[in-house]
Ligand binder design. Structure first.
Ligand SMILES: *[C@@H]1O[C@H](CO)[C@@H](O)[C@H](O)[C@H]1NC(C)=O
Length: 211
């Protein structure tokens, strides 16, 4: 065999053996989550039910300040996706509902509208350019990893969307809650956001902040 042929055969062996070591790693949820995901459940105890999840069938409870509900099917709820780098969620938006500006630090997102009309957008990380569109039933939109984005109901009926992520645990950090729904001291919020203290106190009153 020539050197080239040997290399081709070797590279094929390496690529084809990669991933065959273990077909899956269903999460053992009784053990802690780690940056690499959950430890694997013993394969002899894995069943098809580990790879299915019915939690997205039911509408989320939108009786809250944002009139919206995000129901996750992340590794913590759906252990079969542990190690697979994918996940989903259900998004219910009542009339007037909004998922305020937020990021998923660990994954990109694709959203598909199933009912109603959703105005969605994101802000680029480099130039702070804004990309916004009204999405109708059947439309999909991509949200690049880590970028601030939002979804709001732009119609007169409840809206429903499903989202998928390129991470088993994409995370969810909502900017307003991070700033105003905890004990972040008002003077530091003012100093770091350029908002005036009266506005911050008002927002904390609405969102439940204490500091
Ligand atoms: C929805 O959430 C509200 C506010 O927490 C609560 O009062 C209500 O009982 C919940 N509804 C259902 C159906 O769980």
């Amino acid at each position: 065999m020539s050197v080239l042929q040997t290399l081709v055969v070797l590279s094929f062996l390496f690529t084809s053996s990669y991933g065959l070591v273990q077909d899956f790693c269903v999460g053992e949820l009784s053990l802690p989550d780690t940056p690499a995901g959950y430890a694997c459940k013993k394969e002899s105890t894995v069943t098809v039910d580990d790879f299915t999840f019915s939690g997205l069938a039911a509408m989320g409870n939108t009786s809250n300040i944002i009139k919206a509900a995000v129901t996750p099917a992340f590794a913590a709820q759906f252990p079969g996706i542990n190690g697979l780098g994918v996940s989903m969620a259900r998004l219910d938006l009542a009339v007037g509902g909004v998922v305020p500006l937020h990021t998923h630090p660990a994954g990109s997102e694709i959203l598909i509208v199933v009912q109603g009309t959703i105005c969605a957008g994101f802000i680029s990380g480099g130039g702070n350019k804004v990309y916004i569109k009204n999405l109708k039933k059947g439309d999909i939109m991509a949200f690049p990893q880590g970028l601030l984005h939002f979804q709001l109901n732009a119609g007169g009926i409840p809206a429903l969307a499903f989202v998928s992520f390129s991470s088993q645990s994409p995370g969810l950090q909502i900017t307003d809650f991070a700033l105003f729904a905890n004990d972040f001291p008002t003077e530091l919020v003012a100093a770091t956001t350029f908002l005036d203290a009266a506005t911050i106190k008002k927002l904390k009153g609405v969102l439940g902040g204490t500091g």
